[in-house]
Structure formats: structure tokens, C-alpha cells
Design a protein around this ligand. Structure first.
Ligand SMILES: Cc1cc2nc3c(=O)[nH]c(=O)nc-3n(C[C@H](O)[C@H](O)[C@H](O)COP(=O)(O)OP(=O)(O)OC[C@H]3O[C@@H](n4cnc5c(N)ncnc54)[C@H](O)[C@@H]3O)c2cc1C
Length: 380
């Protein structure tokens, strides 16, 4: 890895590496097989403060920046994308609160998250509104001091396990993207429930679920920012989410490459390790090229966010697109290097390949990332 790290980042990553190798790697295949939410991983992360790292110190965090969280997510994803997704979920909520919450809201929600055992959901997609958010149907209607929300969201990561839901709704549908708003709602609010839990191809155990709102009553105090600011808040949140998806895609790729290198050194055919064949060596080299290039753009983008540079939509889309397309290629090639064994569930690379696919779709498909990059090029 050619990315500079501070002494603090190196220490954090060393701790995370130890945890993932000892406790998560041996569980990764079971989590994938069962599709059950990994409560033990949540407890492990709670014990080590990984579910509040980005909180300010007065709330028990270490004020970790976007780059540091990205590095941790990358490290965890080498062995389990689901575990990394669990950690990312609450950090997306923290990031959203940093950006959009009032002083009182920060105090209230940071106090809840400071318990260190909370999971979050970014609740946006609907059955008829994926890439095209303007066709969303979820509505919040103001009645007195409360909003009443009705609608159904789908494919919501951690939707079946979250403690905090950032819910994206229309407050003024006639104003299109300027009529969208964001609410922060706690689990257990009357009218908020989990619908169908999905049985996905990858990212299993991430309790991807429908989130149903039936006359969900939320106070005006749960509105983030002002009415109509939802889209601006979402764009900011997506810039960070795309970067973190890029980090996680890099982690999957690195895990697959490490596994393929080891296997190629051990597997003997035609009287020598397959690593001695140039055909295999070139595949490994191409995998490394993709990973290091992806890392470079990802951590450049992360550092821009940490420096407070606002217009990062294009570079975070480039990072997400490149790293996730790379993960698909790298994991597919890792399966190829393991041959028939790679295709079997006894080895982790087929799971990595299924997990890699999630990174090309979530947080906006890679087609939509390309639309964003082109818009920026064309000045639209
Ligand atoms: C693993 C995973 C986790 C997810 N987690 C969450 C979550 O936590 N919260 C949440 O709200 N959502 C989540 N989603 C949903 C995800 O954001 C959507 O699936 C995604 O935005 C695409 O929407 P869609 O599935 O409706 O596809 P559609 O929008 O119907 O797209 C179908 C196809 O058409 C393409 N397409 C659409 N419009 C264009 C265009 N203008 N130009 C070119 N091609 C286009 C798409 O790229 C895609 O290939 C998750 C999805 C997955 C797979």
C-alpha cells in the first residue's frame, strides 16, 4: 500500500487488523450462509469503540475523519463486507448529523450514538424510485407541531437492525427536488416498521429490508435543516457514502488478491506452483494495478473532503466507479486463479465476487456515477 498514513492511523489499523483476522474472518462464511444480522460483530465493534469513532471526544469518539474511517472500512472489507457495512451505517448517520443537524439535534443524537452500540440506515430508495428519486412517493405532511409520514422504502441496508433511520421524504412534491426533506427517526417510533427482509446475492447479513411508514408521527424537531433542504443534504451524504463504498471495494479487492497470491504460490500444476506461470503473474499484476490506482483516487478524494473542499461529487463518483468496477474484475480473476476451487463455497473468493457486485449498485449505480461525472465535465 502506497498511501501515507499517520502514526495514529497505523495504530488504529493494526488494532482493526488483529480483530478482523481473529474474530471476523472465521465468521465471514457463516454470516454469508445464514444471512442473519451478526450481533456478535456488533458487540465486538461496540467493545472496541468502532461504532462511534467519528464522534467528537466529548461524546466518547476520537473524531476520526473521513479518510481514517475509509481506511478502517477497507481493512474490515478484506474479510467481510457485511461487517464493514455495519460500521459504515452509523458513520453515515454521524456524517449526516455533522452536516445538517442543529446544535440541539447533534447533542441529542450524538448522546444516543455515544453508547457505542448503534446501527443506522440511510432510507431513500423506493420500489418505483431508485436512480430517479424525483418519482419518490413517501410524503410528510405537517399537522400542528408534528409531521405525519407515509410511504415504503426498499433495499435499505441494516433496515432490519437499525436504531436510527435517516428518512428521505417529500414535504412539497410540487417543488420536485426542492421539495425534499430529511428526518432522523429512532427505532420504535409508532408507525415505523420493518417489512420484507431481502435474501440478497451478496452483502448477506446486512439485513437489507423494506422500511414501512404508516402514519409515522415525527416532531418538527426531527427535521434536519429546513424543509426543502433534503436533496442538498443527501448529495453531501452520498459524496461520503460513495467514497466509503470505494474504500470497501478496495478492501474486497485486496482480500481477494492476497488470497489469490497465497494460493498461486501453493497450488502445483505441471510440476510447479502456478505462480510461476506468466499468465498467472500478469493477472496478479493487473489486480495490483487496479487496486493501487483505485486507492490513489479514493484517498485523494477523501482528503479533499477532510480539507473541507465542497465540490467533490465528481471525484467521489470517479472513486466509487473505479474501485467498484475494479473489485468486480479483481474478484472474478481471483476465482479464475483458484480454478474449480474458486467456484466453490469452501473458499472465500466466490463470496468476495458476489459482495463486489453490491458495490457497483449501492449508493447510486455506476451508470449514475458516470452520468454525474459527465455532467460535471459538461458544466451542467
Ligand atoms: C447492496 C445494496 C445496498 C443498498 N442499500 C441501500 C440503502 O441503504 N438505502 C437506500 O436507500 N437504498 C439502498 N440500495 C438501493 C440502491 O441505491 C438502488 O438499488 C440503486 O440506486 C438503483 O436503483 P434501482 O434498483 O431502482 O435501479 P433503477 O434505477 O431501476 O436502474 C435499473 C438500471 O437502469 C440504469 N439506469 C437508470 N437510470 C439511468 C440513466 N439515467 N442512465 C443510464 N442508466 C440508467 C441503472 O444503472 C440500472 O442499471 C441498495 C442496493 C443494493 C444492491
Amino acid at each position: 500500500m502506497y498511501i501515507d498514513q499517520t502514526e495514529e492511523q497505523r495504530m488504529i489499523l493494526e488494532m482493526v487488523r488483529r480483530l478482523t483476522e481473529e474474530k471476523i474472518e472465521p465468521r465471514a462464511a457463516e454470516i454469508d450462509e445464514s444471512n442473519d444480522f451478526p450481533t456478535d460483530v456488533k458487540e465486538l465493534f461496540t467493545e472496541h469503540g468502532l461504532l462511534k469513532m467519528a464522534l467528537p471526544e466529548e461524546y466518547g469518539g476520537i473524531g476520526a475523519d473521513v479518510s481514517t474511517i475509509g481506511m478502517v472500512l477497507e481493512e474490515i472489507s478484506k474479510v467481510s463486507l457485511t461487517a464493514a457495512g455495519l460500521m459504515m451505517s452509523i458513520h453515515l448517520i454521524i456524517d449526516l448529523l455533522f452536516y445538517a443537524a442543529s446544535y440541539e439535534q447533534k447533542k441529542r443524537f450524538f448522546t444516543i450514538i455515544s453508547e457505542g452500540n448503534k446501527v443506522g440506515s440511510i432510507t431513500v430508495t423506493e420500489p418505483n424510485a431508485g436512480s430517479d428519486l424525483s418519482s419518490m412517493r413517501t410524503r410528510a405532511v405537517l399537522k400542528g407541531d408534528d409531521y405525519i409520514i407515509n410511504g415504503t422504502k426498499c433495499f435499505i441496508s441494516m433496515g432490519g437492525a437499525a436504531d436510527l433511520f435517516a428518512i428521505f421524504v417529500y414535504t412539497a412534491p410540487e417543488r420536485k427536488l426542492e421539495g425534499l426533506s430529511y428526518f432522523m427517526v429512532e427505532k420504535g417510533a409508532p408507525g415505523l416498521s420493518t417489512g420484507k427482509i431481502e435474501n440478497p446475492m451478496g452483502l448477506r447479513g446486512g439485513v437489507s429490508a423494506e422500511v414501512v411508514m404508516e402514519d409515522l408521527r415525527v416532531s418538527k424537531e426531527d427535521l434536519l435543516g429546513h424543509e426543502g433542504e433534503g436533496f442538498k443534504i443527501l448529495v453531501n451524504c452520498l459524496n461520503v457514502e460513495r467514497l466509503w463504498f470505494a474504500s470497501m471495494a478496495l478492501g474486497i479487492s485486496q482480500g481477494a488478491l492476497d488470497y489469490a497470491v497465497q494460493y498461486a504460490k501453493e497450488r502445483v500444476q505441471f510440476g510447479r506452483p502456478i505462480a510461476e506461470f506468466q499468465g498467472i503473474q500478469f493477472m496478479l499484476a493487473d489486480m495490483a494495478i487496479l487496486i493501487e490506482t483505485g486507492r490513489s483516487v479514493t484517498y485523494t478524494a477523501a482528503s479533499q473532503i477532510d480539507q473541507g473542499i465542497r465540490d467533490v461529487s465528481s471525484i467521489s463518483a470517479i472513486a466509487k466507479c473505479f474501485a467498484s468496477d475494479a473489485a468486480m474484475k479483481v474478484t472474478t480473476d481471483a476465482v479464475q486463479i483458484l480454478g474449480g476451487y474458486g467456484y466453490m463455497k469452501d473458499y472465500p473468493v466466490e463470496r468476495m465476487m458476489r459482495d463486489a457486485k453490491a458495490t457497483q449498485i449501492a449508493a447510486g449505480t455506476n451508470q449514475i456515477q458516470r452520468v454525474l461525472i459527465a455532467r460535471s465535465l459538461l458544466g451542467k
